[in-house]
Write a new protein. Structure first.
Length: 423
């Protein structure tokens, strides 16, 4: 991504993501894509002359946000027809549109847990398309009849998601061979399903899937390589959550039926929880999804609300993830309001989407907080999200997004007093 010299923001409230008190009349300077100053506004700023100065007029600036659980290539509520009809190059353009909407929502980094491939990841990195930087799983692994198996009882395939993003593994050899192929395909993370799920047609969220033993095999396979990779476990029912944690995954995705034993194990092992409340708490229009999916969603939304609240209260490490694709794209930061609704403070919810998520993805030295030397990923919003977290939920309220020093979204009204800009 190309960068554009030096940009200076002044007159902003800085919430830097470190947990420090906000800076009320702050200044942020970025040069060549890196933050060079974050602190109180200065009368005589040093360093290179800015090519652009923006007076934020008291708006709040935060680190660029992360969404650690997305599916950029799908939109389930578009219906089965879209999976069949929207194929090839058209599907690629739709994915690019969703990625752009995600960036406009204030998300500068994503972890796609099934669907996005290395080609799109590279296109994002090189600036061929605009969207968040991406970590990718490429595909999802489950046993036959599990969460990655969209085969109906009559043998026909339920067109919910595309086939290449799903892999069925039953034997230990299946698991190891598939993991090796995924690494060859550029996977940064291995996504396994230790339980069934809501969107799969022939299983339940409390069915067991990939086993604890097989997770250990995956970990051993990943450890053979010098480049570190993660294991993320789709895990909704209690038994599968425990299997995932004991097997050594880095993150439990969903965790809707986590119990006290699971909470204690996560605290002991430092396992992350990505609760995907945007998907869990949203019951879709029954006319837009299969009947089996609607029925399961109603039951499991209530479980998620109760049990995720307990995990938050216990201090389990939380990173923001939405499961967009299962829920609508482009409203990722609504997840912050759900986290606050279930017991987080606004500051802790912001940390879940910034510093915590960066730590989960191994990017804490690069992004997640506003500190000199880090990538200049910034989000500017009217209002004070520490008082009202919902101001971040509407993508139209995200008025400025800067990614690696490049302004990629700008809704600030140039004519408004106090928002003068100089070039």
């Amino acid at each position: 991504m190309s960068n554009r010299g030096t940009i200076r923001l002044v007159g902003v409230r800085i919430v830097d993501g470190t947990g420090a008190e906000p800076v009320k009349d702050g200044e942020i300077v970025a040069t060549d894509g890196r933050l060079t100053y974050v602190g109180p506004r200065r009368d005589r700023p040093g360093g290179p002359a800015p090519v652009r100065t923006v007076d934020g007029g008291g708006r709040t600036v935060l680190p660029g946000f992360f969404d650690t659980h997305v599916h950029a290539t799908i939109a389930i509520e578009d219906g089965p027809r879209s999976v069949i009809a929207d194929s090839g190059s058209y599907a690629a353009y739709k994915t690019a549109q969703r990625l752009r909407a995600t960036l406009d929502a204030g998300i500068t980094t994503i972890r796609d847990l099934g669907g996005l491939d290395h080609g799109t990841q590279r296109a994002l990195a090189e600036g061929l398309i605009e969207g968040p930087r991406a970590r990718i799983a490429v595909s999802v692994l489950s046993p036959t009849g599990g969460h990655a198996d969209m085969t109906l009882p009559n043998g026909l395939l339920m067109p919910v998601v595309s086939g290449p993003s799903l892999h069925l593994v039953d034997t230990d050899d299946d698991v190891i061979t598939t993991v090796r192929k995924l690494l060859r395909s550029g996977a940064d993370v291995i996504k396994v399903c230790t339980t069934g799920g809501v969107s799969s047609p022939t299983d339940q969220p409390d069915d067991l899937g990939v086993t604890e033993h097989q997770i250990r095999l995956i970990r051993a396979e990943l450890d053979r390589h010098s480049r570190p990779r993660q294991i993320a476990a789709h895990a909704q029912g209690t038994a599968g959550i425990l299997a995932a944690i004991r097997g050594g995954v880095d993150s439990v995705e969903h965790g809707y039926e986590i119990d006290q034993e699971g909470i204690d194990l996560m605290l002991e092992k430092g396992t992350w929880l990505v609760p995907t409340l945007s998907a869990a708490l949203r019951v879709p229009d029954p006319a837009l999804v299969p009947a089996y999916l609607y029925e399961k969603k109603v039951r499991w939304s209530a479980k998620a609300r109760e049990n995720i609240a307990k995990a938050i209260a216990a201090g389990v490490k939380i990173a923001l993830g939405t499961d967009v694709g299962v829920c609508p794209h482009g409203r990722n930061l609504l997840e912050l309001s759900h986290l606050v609704e279930l017991g987080m403070t606004p500051a802790d919810a912001i940390a879940a989407g910034t510093a915590n998520a960066a730590e989960l993805l191994g990017l804490a030295d690069e992004a997640g907080t506003l500190e000199p030397g880090k990538a200049a990923d910034l989000v500017v919003v009217s209002g004070d999200p520490l008082r009202d977290i919902s101001v971040l939920a509407d993508p139209d309220s995200i008025e400025l997004v800067v990614q690696e020093g490049k302004v990629v979204k700008d809704l600030l009204p140039a004519e408004e007093p106090g928002l003068a800009r100089s070039a």
